[in-house]
Design a protein around this ligand. Sequence first.
Ligand code: NDP
Length: 494
Amino acid sequence: MSEKLYPNIINGEHVPALSGKTLALQNPATGEALGMIPLSGADDIDKAVAAARSALNGKWGRQAASARTKILFKAAELMNARAKEIAELESRNMGKPVMHVMGEVKQAIEDFEYFAGAASKVEGRVPPVHPVFFGYTLKEPVGVVGAITPWNYPIMLESWKLAPALAAGCTVVLKPSEIAPCTANILVEILHEAGCPEGTINLVHGTGESAGAALVKHPGVNKISFTGGTDTGRAIMKECANDMKRVMLELGGKSPAIVCEDANLNDAVLSSVFTIFYSAGQSCEARSRIYVHDSLYDSFVEKFVAATKQLVIGDPLDKNTHIGALAHPSRLPIMQKFIEAAKQGGGKILCGGEQLKGGIYDQGCFFAPTVIVDLPEDNLCVQEEIFGPIVVISKFISDDDALAKANGVKYGLCATLYTENMPRATKFIRGLHSGIVTLNTPATALPGLPFGGVKQSGVGREMAMDTLESYLETKTVLSGVTGKPINPFGLTLS
Ligand code: NDP
């Protein structure tokens, strides 16, 4: 057992949980002991929120925006200097190939740079309301933000929340997932080193049920920014309604890819292999349903399975690995549950469908990339987020058929379209119930472009000016400018 503790960081101090309890962490690819986190509770959250409130009332939100700009640019620079260390630790913590985490760290850095620049572009407005009044708006930080993040892209998603919240002048209490919490400590250390005053950013480790729920309930928190499962998001939204906390929810998905008969077939195959199997399918925007036009279907499936069989599954620290381990042993029975549902629904498993065994696979949680066909649209594997390396491929016969199938789930995060025909693409772009539509590319998230979903995929947008706006409140100021006496009731005073 490794004795290393990844402590809470409250008011700039590295501290254990008040209860003294800890949780041991393991590398999901090797079983190696990685250290421990404090198992914090409501009393630890109390201290962190108090520190964040005191920092909010202190200098952070009231200083010149340019000072926050400098600190956030400095944080980006420090992250760049520690990128390799962060990527290796995250890879060991949650089983993702180190080369992929490296790309995510780069994106986290770009996010800090984007919001560092944006911090000083926040402006109120002076609407021409009425000649005898001067009215204008001020933008003020929402207040203390509770950021709750998942295990699938830890440092990147933490950055998606911390960078805009800090740029807006908010202070933050971060509760990372207990499954992949290690790199949050590096991120919070970096922010202090870059110049964030004590209490501006606080880190509290622990479970969702205990530390997470206490943060959501806390009356000293003004906004919850959450990424995770739809059911957890729904519970959080209900709880936030009690005291009208602002809420941003980035939730699950069951995103479709649509391959039209005029698509470039090889590009569509290779791109679609990436959009489901990157991160072992543990992505909210994983394109886990692929709809292929009837005329291309057989060749698409044949090429897709051939490409899937070329994927290298193994040691996440090896540069050549495409798919590492699932993030936690608890994910394996979930994969098995979906495979059973596919079999019961008459689905044909063309490859994968089981946990990998033998050699290095015996030490960790590795699941074979799985391709399923011939499933009815109401099967669990078509309707529900699997969050693993399992894809369902189906046919469509017309654009309307494709749209009906793509839109026929409760989620609406990201849809990808493969076609060379722009008028047709426009019809799909307008018809898809989705927060994001991508066209002939596997890319989904770039700083500056809003990221988020419709329907049960969430509320609000990450990564863009809309995001910064969501960490601000608008204050309206109205002043009389006529210089005339004020007596709206026509009263008489001696
Ligand atoms: P959760 O939604 O349970 O967890 C996400 C975060 O919320 C974690 O930090 C978790 O803490 C915390 N949390 C859990 N319960 C509460 C609560 N009641 N109040 C406050 N915070 C809470 O995701 P799971 O890890 O359980 O995954 C379940 C499913 O969610 C996945 O199978 C996948 O379908 C989906 N998911 C989607 C993600 C996305 O990117 N949209 C990311 C992760 C999951 P902790 O883990 O420490 O208990």
